[in-house]
Write a protein that binds this ligand. Structure first.
Ligand code: DGJ
Length: 725
């Protein structure tokens, strides 16, 4: 049993294949954390609950006859505001009498197989109850009567856990939730590094690493989306942890709105790690009898460094996050017209794209932004989801027929959460966008954000989308989101509920995504937000793939894809070959293969030679699809550390196949290049598909694969496909 409760010592132990997470019900029913790390067989950890001494300044609980217990220096599962623990808290409520002292204590618990769904929120799921086990702990504030249910689900085989919280108000008075973080882990050491993913539009998810200091450090978003700037992902790891060694704790928030990830190191050298809704941009009035569920945090532990952590996230997400028809069947190889035409296209022009696509073996044409209203540039028409038949040269269905008759599937672009200032919808309903009274609305890309906290707004937009999708043969939808939320308020809610609007907006988006994926289960959904501005597990629950970045320069894509791979699998990474000329088609293809693969250019412009390369690439896409989409990723040389080259490889689960790719970013100093491979079977012999040379797995991993037969100019790249004999 992965979850056990020792009733004599009142200790919970949550085990996975490689980790143990242990906490106790201490005196007075405090939930005190004891340990999270490599798997241990026993739980004699009583001595671990203290982080050090405390001073006369530290409040104590007079009912506890233990000179060493103070909330100030204890490790807690769900630390609260105002009751003697002065560090960052996970929970605070503003009581009807005006104070915000909160103190949740254990009441009861339940352990069961499976994993509950979180209403209205994306979350990891089980295909079968035996795949996970859940511990639910009921806690209560004895003064106010407010309750919190802490959820811990253990995916034993995968070294992973999830945590979330449900707040219940069983009283007759409303309370205000001021802060609610889904997960807190206290460690009794601070010898850690923190790794996060930072960026901006066109340069998402670069890897950043720092030593933890005696302060509160972390990342957050209050943009109304997870954002280009920081991903809701963070790592706490040993200071000397590497790609292959060391203790690593990965945290990922299954949410697409405001978040925070923090590590606070205190004066006793303990570290508190927190993740959840960003308290700076959140508040919730919990009416009598209501409850509120916080989004979940995924926690992955690895004792074999960052690479193993990433592979665990990848497996976990492929099996327990990505849903629906497209989770396990081959995705279509698509061509998207955006970079080639922008909004300056006609139906006839796109038909030529489909004709060329057919000749090259591409499966699907995606018509991007510009097919609706009067949208010839980005100044108008979002919200007016009526087909521009003049542009398409007829109805949408007759246009799709022309594409389908060529044997090509059809996909379409939407930006459902937005409204252009210049739109029929805005003229009819100026109060349907997020705004606050008497204040100028900031504009971004000439658009406002629709107020998805309001049901009538969601229903209206969905009815337009439903109309387009139900009347036409559409196989794919790209769901875009091109600005952040400012002046956040809603005309649909009273003043005291305005703090809820950020979260209500995200819940509104999830509701539409849920309706869309339920009504159209065959449609493949690709998430997008000006590239990868909303690349998070929340979106992946609905959209199995997400456009990684608007930056399709292949060399720039290396850092973007390396960073993204920290927790997101290749099968989710929207990656296309574009007309960018920083490298040739071969290299562009080799890099885009590490993702969903496709094209983002005008195929009419290919030279004969390029056409041949693309035909070969399409063949490679099919040949390597399985190993990339379901194999294990090993990052061999990361462009964050090596200015000359990057290299990575995929290994099939049975270790019988491997695909190694290396890209030269700048001509390196070394004349010969031996790349030490990873993840192979030492005992097996592998044949290089192209040269016919045979090597042992041991040789390839210890002496390395020689790349000296390949050229090493800027932008060159090589692939080696190895098969076990
Ligand atoms: C931003 C996306 O990232 C692009 O791929 C494209 O769809 C444009 N929006 C369209 O406006």
């Amino acid at each position: 049993m992965p979850i056990t409760y020792d009733s004599d010592n009142r200790i919970f132990k949550l085990d996975t294949a490689n980790s143990s997470y242990v906490f106790e019900i201490f005196e007075q029913n405090y939930l005190v954390h004891l340990y999270y790390g490599g798997k241990i067989p026993d739980a004699n950890l009583k001595e671990h609950k203290y982080k050090g001494g405390f001073a006369s300044f530290s409040p104590v609980n007079i009912n506890i006859d233990d000179d060493w217990f103070s909330p100030d220096v204890s490790m807690f599962e769900f630390p609260c505001e105002g009751s003697g623990d002065f560090r960052e808290s996970a929970f605070a409520i503003r009581n009807p009498d005006g104070n915000n002292t909160t103190d949740m204590r254990y009441v009861s618990h339940e352990i069961y197989n499976g994993k509950p769904k979180l209403e209205g929120l994306p979350s990891l799921f089980v295909n079968d109850e035996s795949e996970a086990q859940t511990l639910e702990i009921l806690t209560r504030d004895n003064v106010t009567g407010i309750q919190a249910v802490l959820y811990y689900t253990v995916f034993e085989e995968l070294g992973a856990m999830t945590r979330s919280v449900r707040i219940i108000n069983p009283t007759s008075k409303p309370f205000e939730i001021e802060r609610l973080l889904s997960c807190c882990v206290d460690f009794n050491t601070h010898d850690f590094d923190m790794i996060t993913l930072y960026g901006k539009w066109f340069k998402e998810r670069s890897v950043d690493r720092m030593h933890l200091s005696h302060l509160t450090q972390g990342i957050s978003s209050k943009r109304g989306s997870s954002s280009h700037h920081h991903n809701p992902f963070g790592v706490i790891c040993d200071r000397d942890a590497t790609e292959d060694t060391g203790n690593v704790y990965g945290f990922n928030f299954v949410y697409s709105g405001n978040f925070t990830f923090k590590a606070q190191v205190d004066g006793f050298a303990g570290t508190r790690v927190l993740m959840g809704l960003n308290p700076d941009a959140f508040g919730w009035i919990l009416e009598a009898g209501e409850d509120f569920v916080a989004p979940e945090v995924v926690m992955v532990y690895s004792d074999k460094g960052l690479g193993e952590m990433s592979r665990t996230f990848h497996k976990l997400y492929r099996k327990h996050l990505i849903r629906g028809k497209w989770a396990n069947i081959k995705r279509p190889l698509l061509i998207n017209n955006w970079e080639a035409t922008g909004m300056d296209f006609t139906g006839d022009k796109l038909v030529t794209f489909a004709e060329r696509a057919k000749e090259l073996g591409i499966d699907m044409l995606v018509m991007d932004d510009g097919w609706f209203g009067r949208r010839d540039d980005d100044t108008s028409s979002l919200g007016d989801w009526q087909v521009n038949e003049e542009k398409l040269g007829g109805s949408l269905s007759s246009f799709i027929d022309r594409i389908n008759e060529l044997g090509i599937k059809f996909g379409i672009w939407f930006e459902p959460e937005m409204i252009s200032r210049d739109s029929e919808l805005y003229r009819a309903h100026p109060d349907w966008c997020i705004h606050v009274p008497n204040r100028e609305k900031s504009i971004a890309r000439h658009q406002y954000v629709l107020d998805y906290s309001r049901k009538e707004v969601r229903d209206y937009i969905y009815s337009l989308m439903y109309d387009v999708l139900s009347r036409n043969k559409i196989d794919y939808v790209k769901w875009d989101f091109n600005r952040n939320l400012s002046e956040v308020g809603s005309a649909g809610f009273p003043p005291e509920k305005q703090k809820e609007i950020f979260h209500r907006f995200t819940l509104g988006t999830y509701e539409i995504l849920d309706r869309l994926t339920t009504d159209f289960p065959d449609i493949l959904l690709e998430g997008c937000s000006g590239g990868g501005g909303r690349y998070d597990p929340g979106m992946l629950y609905y959209a199995p793939q997400i456009w990684c970045s608007d930056n399709t320069d292949p060399i720039e894509r290396l850092t973007i894809q390396f960073g993204t791979s920290m927790c997101y699998p290749a099968s989710t990474m929207g990656a296309h070959v574009s007309a960018s000329n920083r490298a040739g088609y071969e290299t562009k293809g080799n890099i885009a293969l590490w993702g969903t693969f496709g094209y983002e250019l005008d195929p009419n412009k290919f030279s004969d030679e390029e056409r041949e390369i693309v035909r070969d690439q399409v063949g490679e896409y099919h040949k390597y699809y399985d190993i990339i989409h379901s194999g294990d990723l090993y990052r061999l040389i990361t462009p964050f550390e090596n200015p000359w080259r990057a290299a990575w490889m995929f290994v099939s689960e049975d270790k019988n196949e491997a695909l190694v790719t290396s890209v030269t970013m700048r001509r390196p100093e070394d004349r010969s290049y031996f790349l030490r491979l990873k993840g192979l079977d030492e005992e097996k012999y592998y044949v290089d598909d192209e040269s016919g040379e045979v090597y042992s797995g041991a040789l390839l991993m210890k002496a390395g694969l020689s790349f000296s037969r390949y050229g090493m100019n800027d932008g060159d790249s090589f692939k080696v496909y190895l098969r076990a004999l």
